[in-house]
Design a protein around this ligand. Structure first.
Ligand SMILES: Cc1cc2nc3c(=O)[nH]c(=O)nc-3n(C[C@H](O)[C@H](O)[C@H](O)COP(=O)(O)O)c2cc1C
Length: 357
């Protein structure tokens, strides 16, 4: 019963003055009360001096009522629950103790929505100036870096100041799940490493390019660990955004995010799990997801002899960089040009398998 004051709905009870007296009939010494007074509730151990409603019930039956295994009406009809006072109040019990259904009763110290989130919701776009390119591939000279260098040209030509960080260059300890970043004295991650430093620098950027290969249908482990560690920019409280539990963020601004990714197979559906995952990460971490640039069988375009055939794709990726900066979106025609089939699946398969034998 002591938990009940914690789940008081302060809005529903703002004009309420009630004292619910619980007399647990299967234990003569067990009695308590919940005194509601205008949005506050106090637990009283033992019989209260006065009450508005007295509820007499066995402990087990009350647990059955609270766990929704016994309807109040049925308990009354079966004589398991008797009420003294205004029985209408008991019907309101559930409403009075419904907690904070809209997530609006809690005082938030930090931010429910960032500046960028608000802008996007208002249909506005401010040209990004500072860009963080985070490359999650362990291969510095691989397909991810190759695609990234093309996109970067578009960003550079649009006047952005781009900082490129290779995740493998940073010390990247795995998250212990210890919650020291939420519950510790200084609310800091126990790992004072390169990843922690970058996580707490992300807010200095207007835009982040997340460049990563598909590994096992998702993010490479090191990058997944990076995002695990980003909980240290959040606060532990729950808020509700778009009818979903989230956490407030400690910084007033977080960057927009564009996903740039190569994969090995030919089909575009190889990106689906990762794209969905990254979109969800963005919602949790208050990074505003702008769009994605995806290239299947990317190893093909890193073969120098084949590159002239991909010239229009390269140009479209560069152009996408400019569009992201100027409009905050990648137009559909550009996405079509970027994903245009240059080689068929059969051709890709034959090249791959001949080279592998
Ligand atoms: C461990 C590992 C797992 C991979 N898993 C997938 C996969 O699930 N689907 C896919 O299409 N490609 C997969 N690939 C291929 C890579 O996405 C592809 O080779 C990519 O271009 C690598 O980028 P990089 O050259 O920057 O390392 C995988 C590669 C590795 C090394």
């Amino acid at each position: 019963m002591k938990v009940w004051p914690l789940v008081l709905n302060a809005i529903e009870t703002k004009d309420v003055e009630e004292i619910y007296f619980f007399d647990f009939t299967d234990d003569a010494n067990e009695a308590c009360a919940l005194a509601i007074s205008r949005g506050n509730c106090q637990f009283i151990d033992g019989k209260p001096e006065n009450f508005t409603v007295k509820i007499a019930i066995g402990t087990k039956d009350w647990i059955a009522v609270l766990s929704k295994n016994l309807m109040i009406e049925k308990a009354i009809a079966d004589g398991k629950l008797t009420i003294e006072g205004d029985d209408k109040n008991l019907v309101k019990f559930e409403k009075y103790f419904s907690g904070d259904p809209e997530g609006t009763q809690l005082e938030i110290k930090n931010y429910s929505l960032t500046e960028n989130e608000k802008e996007i919701r208002d249909g506005k776009w401010t040209k990004p100036r500072k860009v963080l390119g985070l490359i999650g591939s362990p291969r510095k000279k691989g397909a991810t870096s190759f695609l990234y260098s093309i996109l970067k040209q578009g960003l550079d030509e649009s006047g952005c100041e781009v900082d490129t960080v290779y995740l493998p260059d940073l010390e990247n300890n795995t998250c212990n799940g210890c919650f020291t970043c939420w519950e510790g004295k200084d609310k800091k991650c126990v790992h004072d490493d390169g990843v922690n430093e970058l996580i707490h620098k992300m807010h200095e950027y207007d835009l982040m390019i997340l460049a990563t290969p598909v590994y096992a249908d998702g993010l490479p482990g090191a990058l997944k660990n990076y995002f695990d560690r980003t909980i240290s920019i959040l606060d532990p409280e729950f808020i509700i955004i778009d009818d979903h539990n989230r956490h407030p963020v400690r910084y007033p601004k977080m960057p927009h995010l564009v996903l740039l990714s190569p994969c090995g197979y030919s089909e575009m559906d190889n990106f689906h799990p990762m794209v969905e995952h990254v979109k969800e990460i963005c919602k949790n971490m208050h990074l505003t997801y702008i769009g994605e640039i995806l290239q299947s069988a990317t190893w093909m375009m890193t073969i120098p002899n084949l590159q002239p055939l991909y010239a229009s794709v390269f140009e479209a990726i560069k152009q996408a960089g400019k569009e992201i900066v100027s409009k905050g979106k990648i137009p559909e025609e550009l996405t079509k040009k970027i994903t245009k089939e240059i080689f068929s699946r059969g051709q890709i398969l034959a090249i791959k398998n001949r080279a592998s034998q």
